[in-house]
Design a protein around this ligand. Sequence first.
Ligand code: ADP
Ligand code: MG
Length: 306
Amino acid sequence: MKIAILSRNSSLYSTSRLVEAGRSRGHRVRVLDPLRCYMRIAQNGFAMHYKGRALSGFDAVIPRIGSSITFYGTAVLRQFEMMGVYTPNCSDAVLRARDKLRSLQLLAREGMDLPRTVFGDYPDDTADLLQMLGDPPHVIKLNEGTQGQGVLLAEKRASSQGMIEAFRGLYANFVVQEFIGEAGGGDLRCFVIGNRVAAAMHRQAPDGDFRANLHRGGVASAVRLSELETEVALRAAATMGLGIAGVDLLRSRRGPLVLEVNASPGLEGIEKASGKDIAGEIVAYLEAAAALRKPLVAPRKKRSQG
Ligand code: ADP
Ligand code: MG
């Protein structure tokens, strides 16, 4: 196969591992900086150029689009789709996953449990909005934040109010959630490839923090998921329409809660914690799925897509 990896930096761990895995399985692999892909959209033909030359003949494209270039990156990915190139994570699914609020709405509709979440705009409604949520502590998070940035804990109602006012003053979109204290600063990252969880890790926040992101100093260790956790992770990825996903779960008193579904999950932490060749498994999945030209995901109830 001829595989494109959309990534701004070929020396990133995830990107270089995918290149290595693809080549070692006999494929031609090229890393393309999405910002250097430019395109023509016309009724009689889609075309894409890269640094002055036409791109063609790709069988599959793996998007690794950073959150700072979501708009441009997903436009490039969509152009590949229009040109008939297979992708495990289509542009619509990537966009869906980037929006936490939208993701939570879709997951809840599918019957998945998550931290109770509220969202509102008008300052006069804040008191009632927090009433709908319940007692603090609350977690306030930027709707399109990543790597734990913009995820704050408010212990008291007054601090919730203050943070909400501050975010509003910055015209930021944010959601407010119940704080799941019993997770103890830990979460589960489930790495989904197609219809199975290829690996999972437990991440523990450093002392004094509640955010388990590895970028915030979280420590990863291998973990065995329960049957229910595995099922929830697969359903969450399928609901989002992602063939490859990092599903984050919290272990709560009422069972596994879905926190978010990442469309470009990093490989470094999960490969090191699990000792597995995740990049190789992704390429093997591409080989099977590209032949069928659709993501292989767990079966789900038929419903219109959000
Ligand atoms: P990001 O996209 O920045 O990773 P997340 O929603 O995944 O944002 O939150 C980052 C981390 O903060 C999670 O991995 C988890 O450890 C912690 N966290 C987030 N929301 C909650 C919550 N409602 N209750 C307890 N911990 C949370
Ligand atoms: Mg996260």
